[in-house]
Design a protein around this ligand. Structure first.
Ligand code: GDD
Ligand code: MN
Length: 362
């Protein structure tokens, strides 16, 4: 650390049955922050293993404050409670089980001092990673991250929005109503906080040596619910709904024109299909431009046409993806034409939507 913070740094730690970890954790934090003015706020959900008693004992030697919640459970809500009970201008959040090495805290304070509103200890920037994770767990984690990036566009610049180890200025969450569901408090802060600058510093997610993880299927479901709630908050849910309505209108246009062309002209079916598809692309584009992405479209014929070209390219790539999905599934599982066609449509729709929000209407 180049500069030492003169501000009070509060470290908020949610605990549930972490009696075997908490003492060593507090000692390591105190060593890591030897030159910093800090406090530790432990929010315990009435653990049955004596965590809060041990924490109280630690408060004789270290600047530890213990809050015990009797009737509530949940990591994210415990952290929000910790925010309320803490006094520092800078607030750190970390797990109690030593999977988040306290030695990273100094670099995080440094980054906040240099102007970041949030500094995330990240597994997915160079130098970071997960110790001893199986391939399956890695894929799960990446999939959950991709999910956040897809549906909460504000998280896209952040490599590890799923991290539970981060630091934030009090200013950027002051007056904000945080209502997190489940485990991922950082998502809530990234979406609702007054954040201008985020930063990530690498760390190695350690193996849990003592105690057990509390993450289970329920928390994973809550994660989906949380993403949905945040999508309602940002308006992204509404946008996707509009996009789907426009997509459905395109099916009608496509079918209608195809019918007209094949019934009343003598042109080849393939040609009729191509023409009707292009007509649907144009009407879809127009509706999306003035309805789905009305907030992002810019006036002028040039930009209208430029976007139309982009939208066309995206639609074309979508058709390619649909065919590829269909082909691969059929190759692997045999022929279930209708089902696999539907799978192709689903993947292509997600692809089209993502690229359109990312590129066509940036
Ligand atoms: N107060 C309280 N109440 N604390 C809880 C609760 C609860 O209901 N559930 C879990 N905790 C505490 C644990 O005691 C621990 O200190 C911390 O929250 C993390 O819980 P783990 O169960 O160890 O989580 P994990 O290792 O599976 O997941 C962690 O790693 C993720 C990265 O993959 C979490 O920190 C995530 O936030 C992080 O993103
Ligand atoms: Mn853990």
């Amino acid at each position: 650390m180049t500069e030492i913070s003169k501000k009070l740094v509060s470290i908020v730690i949610p605990t549930f049955n972490e009696n075997d970890n908490i003492a060593l954790l507090v000692k390591r934090i105190a060593a890591a922050l030897a030159r910093v003015d800090f406090e530790i706020v432990i929010v315990d959900d009435n653990s049955t293993d004596g965590t809060s008693r041990t924490a109280e004992e630690l408060s004789a030697t270290y600047p530890v404050k213990v809050v015990v919640r009797q009737n509530e459970r949940g990591l994210a809500s415990a952290v929000v409670r910790g925010f309320k009970e803490s006094r520092g201008d800078i607030i750190g959040v970390m797990d109690a089980d030593l999977q988040h090495p306290p030695e990273t805290l100094a670099a995080m304070i440094d980054s906040i001092e240099k102007g970041a509103d949030v500094c995330i200890a990240s597994r997915y920037v160079p130098g970071g990673g997960c110790e001893g994770w199986s391939l399956l767990r890695r894929i799960e984690s990446k999939a959950a991250t991709l999910f956040a990036h897809l549906f909460l566009s504000i998280t896209r610049p952040v490599k590890d929005p799923m991290s539970g180890y981060f630091m934030v200025t009090r200013q950027s969450i002051a007056g904000i109503d945080l209502h997190p569901t489940g485990y991922k408090i950082l998502l809530e802060i990234l979406v609702k906080g007054k954040i201008h600058k985020t930063d990530e510093v690498p760390y190695m997610f350690q193996v849990r040596e003592r105690g057990s993880s509390k993450l289970n299927a329920r928390q994973q479901l809550e994660y989906l619910q949380h993403i949905y709630e945040l999508m309602r908050y940002t308006g992204e849910f509404k946008r996707i709904a509009k996009y789907c309505i426009v997509g459905a209108s395109g099916v009608i246009v496509d079918e209608g024109i195809f019918w007209l062309l094949t019934s009343f002209t003598g042109i080849l079916n393939v040609l009729a299909a191509a023409i009707s598809a292009e007509c649907a692309i144009v009407t879809n584009y127009t509706f999306n431009n003035f309805f789905t992405f009305a907030d992002r479209s810019t006036p002028g014929v040039r930009s209208f046409l430029k976007r139309l070209l982009k939208f066309n390219l995206v639609s074309l790539s979508g058709i390619g993806i649909k065919l590829a999905v269909f082909w691969v599934l059929t190759l692997v599982f045999g022929s279930y034409d209708l089902l696999f066609n539907l799978c192709g449509i689903a993947v292509a729709t997600v692809w089209n939507y993502t690229v359109n929000t990312w590129w066509t209407w940036k």
